[in-house]
Design a protein around this ligand. Structure first.
Ligand code: AMP
Ligand code: ZN
Ligand code: FE
Ligand code: FE
Length: 293
């Protein structure tokens, strides 16, 4: 039996409702799933209830966008950034007030960034209005609006061929309409997860953009010093060699391992359960989360 400990729903930028994820998980023969929406715990209650009905174990989670810090060797105060740092919180209490305050902050940062992206697009001759993106969000019922939603509007209006194309041409890091968002310092992301009773796991380490093993070790050492509990070793962006590399890293730093597909429904070409993460991975994490309570 398998589990999938990294999924998104319509509470952020997935296209499957939190209550529909459970039945889908059951059809994929998954014994456990985690819902880890970007910067929100909004979908957790509905998903938990549906998982009870479907006899799928449920892990309440969140994925927090954190500041990766300046690249190695750069001035510590440098504003330059490379790569992406996402911290998964697994087994969090969704109603934790401290985690709630963090979600508010992240939402404010998005509300600031999204119109700035639209402004850049308009400057580039891509006529899109913020209202069109808000309308899509209203239809999907999400409060977490991000670049995938903007990308979808661009596809619909014929400016790009696909969501991937939208990121490549306009929205991705370094592309013409990229705007950096205020991100939470890693220490605060990890602390918020712990405050909510969860385990802090480094999501898709390959996205950190480390150039070599030395940089990767350095980054993981820093996060471990801040209280990191685990590393996501299996992920749709990882090759088999990456997974082995990250498993070795986890064992060197005595960290737990996790894994998941990063399912986003029809917004990404990734199937739920496709990472074939052994159920024991879920059990080991659940055991540790319980031990800490
Ligand atoms: P945001 O939260 O607005 O920063 O957008 C992040 C989301 O965009 C994540 O869910 C990613 O899955 C998605 N994303 C990031 N880069 C790409 C890409 N190159 N192609 C498609 N989706 C992407
Ligand atoms: Zn996403
Ligand atoms: Fe992520
Ligand atoms: Fe994700």
């Amino acid at each position: 039996m398998y589990c999938d400990l990294h999924t998104h729903s319509t509470a952020s930028d997935g296209t499957t409702a939190p209550s529909d994820l459970a039945a889908l998980a059951a059809t994929c023969s998954l014994g456990a799933i985690a819902l880890t929406d970007h910067d929100t715990t909004d979908g957790l209650d509905l998903c938990a209830e549906a998982c009870r009905t479907a006899h799928v174990r449920f892990v309440p989670g969140i994925e927090i966008s954190a500041d990766p810090g300046p690249p190695p060797g750069a001035d510590p105060d440098s504003p330059v950034r490379r790569g992406t740092l996402h911290i998964l919180g697994l087994f969090v209490r969704g109603d934790d007030p401290h985690l709630g305050a963090v979600q508010q902050r992240m939402r404010a940062a998005r509300d600031c960034r999204n119109p700035a992206i639209i402004d850049k697009l308009v400057e580039l001759g891509v006529t899109i209005e913020y209202e069109e993106v808000l309308e899509l969000a209203r239809i999907e019922g999400t409060a977490i609006l991000g670049r995938p939603h903007i990308a979808q509007v661009l596809v619909r209006k014929g400016y790009v061929k696909s969501v991937q194309d939208a990121f490549h041409r306009y929205l991705g890091q370094g592309a013409a309409a990229y705007v950096r968002r205020d991100r939470l310092p890693a220490a605060e992301a990890i602390e918020a997860v712990h405050h909510a009773g969860g385990l802090a796991v480094l999501a898709h380490p390959v996205q950190l953009g480390c150039r070599d093993e030395q940089q990767l070790t350095h980054a993981v050492r820093r996060l471990t010093d801040l209280g990191l509990d685990g590393v996501e070793t299996r992920h749709s962006d990882h090759t088999r060699a990456d997974t082995l590399r990250f498993e070795d890293l986890a064992s060197r730093f005595d960290l737990l391992t996790s894994g998941g597909s990063d399912f986003h429904g029809s917004r990404k070409p990734v199937e739920l359960g496709s990472q074939k993460v052994p159920f024991e991975v879920y059990e080991r994490l659940a055991e540790e989360a319980t031990r800490r309570r």
